[in-house]
Design a protein around this ligand. Sequence first.
Ligand SMILES: Cc1cc2nc3c(=O)[nH]c(=O)nc-3n(C[C@H](O)[C@H](O)[C@H](O)COP(=O)(O)O)c2cc1C
Length: 175
Amino acid sequence: MEFKELICERRSIRGYASAIGHDDLVAVLRMAQQAPSWKNQQASRCYAVETPELLEDLRSCALPVFNRNSSANAALIVTTFVKDEVGFSGGEPVNEVANGWGAYDLGLHSAYLILAARSLGYDTLIMGIRDADVIREKLSIPDNEEIMSVIAIGKRSADPSVRPRKDLNEVVRFF
Ligand SMILES: Cc1cc2nc3c(=O)[nH]c(=O)nc-3n(C[C@H](O)[C@H](O)[C@H](O)COP(=O)(O)O)c2cc1C
């Protein structure tokens, strides 16, 4: 598949027929690791949930009903980043962005992840509306990690709604 085609085909999918299999999930997570990161610190973390009981529990306790429904039948990947590492030197932020750099790195990691998934024929939904406290408790995520998204990943059963993008001139200035 051409890269341009891959990018255009990737859409948030809100209906899944089945979860991704374990081996393909590992392949996707390995590809996501190729994302660039600040000083190659690789502070992005993933908690991949595949077991049906835990998936059901997490979905019903940590996701609002619309995200619960959208992600039914998919596997879930909780993404986090280790705080106070990326963009820090000697325990102090190197500039005003501070932990925003960890979030930046994780965003790149997630971008690689969702495109890698698509390249293997899977679809994804990044969900930022979730209950971080519940997720932390259920997956024993340490306090030094910031919980960001939950990503559903599986084979699509629903067609994507194509969301328009702003005109380039609205979001880019050329000098
Ligand atoms: C950080 C982030 C958080 C998001 N949170 C949610 C969410 O909680 N629920 C949802 O249905 N979609 C969520 N989305 C998906 C966006 O709505 C979607 O990416 C956007 O509408 C563009 O559509 P597309 O991904 O199909 O191109 C999120 C996307 C991002 C990047």
